[in-house]
Design a protein around this ligand. Structure first.
Ligand code: ADP
Ligand code: MG
Length: 479
């Protein structure tokens, strides 16, 4: 199968050739023709499998194709202002009328999607894509909006600010994409999404994409799509066979830190992401690693957007070798040099495990994902295994043997037990939020044992299980 066979516009094919893409990935093969035909889509496909192009190429194709763009007579906001001036009216801001909206959970992902769009539309200069994000100066965003871009890529909060102040008019919107759709339809974003969707025409085409979409198809997903085509790319790729996974048990924090330092000296390592549960730990560990001679930097939601962007640029350019991040970096970020992912703390929700490890092994490359697990966290590993329907082998490094062995016997022969479809997703979207009261919260740092410095709660991204009914799962943007 070739990109030509998918029916894409020649300008796009040219840009894809420049990008070094020779043939479509499986998700692109299935999603592109369906999206060109105007179908609503719900697509799940492994991390790093090319989902961005799977929604952006058909969208660009439709925008480029003259028969779809029916607004050529309409004036751009700038032209509108000029004619207002010539009429002697006071110039006023004219709302941007995008044709396509992509919503993402993080600013970093929105910027990355915009960059990819610019790459794919390199020979389609009439098409403009801009990012609308929190943390970016308003005048800059007004200037971007005044160009009347066809495509907006946005995080929900700032988008709603602009909607409320009349800067964006969605009456001509044709396509809505929710990238990382399960996260976008999570409790924390749901009100924003409802509001945005309500402002768009019912005739729009809606496309939901994620690596972990199966099972979370809640009412909201059903409400915002019309007769969606469900595309699930199964097979070896969905098992993350290109990503080797391991668990190392640790006795305490100092054991964990020594092991991390050791693992970061792996010669096969190019770049790594170390995931922590809290913003404070991301800072502390990045500082410590820097002192130890690693080119490390932190990334989390308390940093200014400028610093966040510089850090990610540094990672992309290879100047930063170890990124120490909260889950703000768990979804979507595509840096091919990332060979290793470390869970310094386990994620609170099993689907986040899948997204975290998916920062490595991009576009079919190989990767290694290592979780440093306290003995008390064995249950959490099991939940992840139930979610991924895979066992994560426990490994022991010579010289770093844990004093204790795992509480429950784990053997490679054991099957991930008792999994039923839907098990992971009870009322509140499930996962770890179903843990019983009194059970150790997953987000709490594991500081048990001798030699462990007590670590304070409080700067944490996730606030633990806040309600027993399992709603209000997360506080968004707070990682
Ligand atoms: P996902 O959203 O599924 O996690 P991305 O869209 O971020 O994946 O793509 C992952 C990587 O694969 C990116 O670096 C992208 O440039 C690359 N890629 C996408 N499609 C192709 C293709 N058809 N051929 C080669 N590389 C591709
Ligand atoms: Mg993606």
């Amino acid at each position: 199968m070739s990109f030509e066979a998918l029916g894409l516009h020649a300008n796009l094919i040219r840009a894809l050739t420049d990008s070094g893409y020779t043939k479509p990935t499986p998700v692109q093969e299935q999603a592109v023709p369906a999206a060109i035909n105007g179908r609503d889509l719900m697509v799940s496909s492994q991390t790093g499998s090319g989902k961005t192009a799977a929604f952006m190429l058909p969208a660009l194709h439709k925008l480029i194709s003259a028969d779809v763009v029916t607004y050529d007579n309409s004036k751009t906001p700038n032209q509108e202002r000029q004619s207002a001036r010539s009429r002697g009216d006071r110039p006023r801001f004219v709302a941007a009328k995008p044709k396509m909206l992509v919503l993402t959970p993080t600013r970093e992902l929105a910027l990355q999607v915009t960059t990819a769009t610019d790459k794919y539309s390199a020979y389609s200069r009439r098409i403009k894509a801009v990012s609308i994000l929190g943390g970016m100066p308003y005048p800059k965003q007004m200037q971007l909006l005044s160009r009347n871009p066809e495509i907006l890529v946005a995080t929900p909060g700032r988008l709603i600010d602009h909607m409320d102040s009349g800067k964006i008019d969605f009456s001509e919107l044709q396509m809505l994409v929710l990238d990382e759709a399960d996260r976008m339809l999570d409790m924390g974003f749901i009100d924003d999404i409802e509001k945005i969707v309500a402002a768009t025409p019912a005739t729009r085409q809606t496309m939901l994409f994620s690596a972990t979409l199966d099972g979370v198809v809640g009412n909201m997903a059903k409400r915002i799509t019309t007769d969606p085509m469900v595309i699930q790319i199964a097979g070896s790729a969905s098992k993350h066979e290109n990503i080797q996974q391991k668990v190392h048990f640790v006795d305490d924090l100092s054991h964990k830190n020594r092991m991390l330092d050791h693992l970061l000296r792996d010669e096969s390592m190019d770049q790594a992401v170390v995931f922590t549960a809290t913003k404070r730990d991301a800072d502390t560990i990045a500082d410590r690693l820097n002192i130890a001679g690693f080119a490390a930097a932190a990334l989390h939601g308390d940093m200014h957007q400028g610093a966040r962007n510089r850090t990610l640029d540094g990672l992309r350019r290879g100047q930063i070798r170890v990124l120490v991040a909260t889950d703000v970096a768990a979804r979507g970020i595509d840096v091919p040099g990332i060979t290793h992912v470390f869970n310094y703390d386990l994620p609170k929700f099993p689907e986040d495990y899948v997204h975290r490890i998916g920062r490595t092994g991009r576009a079919g490359r190989k990767g290694l994902a290592v979780s440093l697990v306290n003995h008390a966290e064995g249950m959490h590993v099991k939940r992840i295994e139930r979610f991924t329907k895979q066992l994560i082998p426990v490994d022991i490094i010579e010289g770093f043997e844990p004093k204790k062995t795992a509480s429950a016997p784990r053997s490679a022969a054991r099957k991930p037990g008792g999994w039923k479809p839907g098990d992971n997703r009870k009322s509140g979207g499930g996962g770890f939020s179903n843990s019983k009261p009194g059970q150790r919260s997953f987000s709490k740092p594991a500081g048990a044992g001798t030699g462990a410095a007590p670590r304070k709660e409080g700067s944490g991204g996730y606030k633990g299980n806040r309600s027993s009914e399992g709603s209000a799962r997360r506080s968004f943007g707070d990682y």
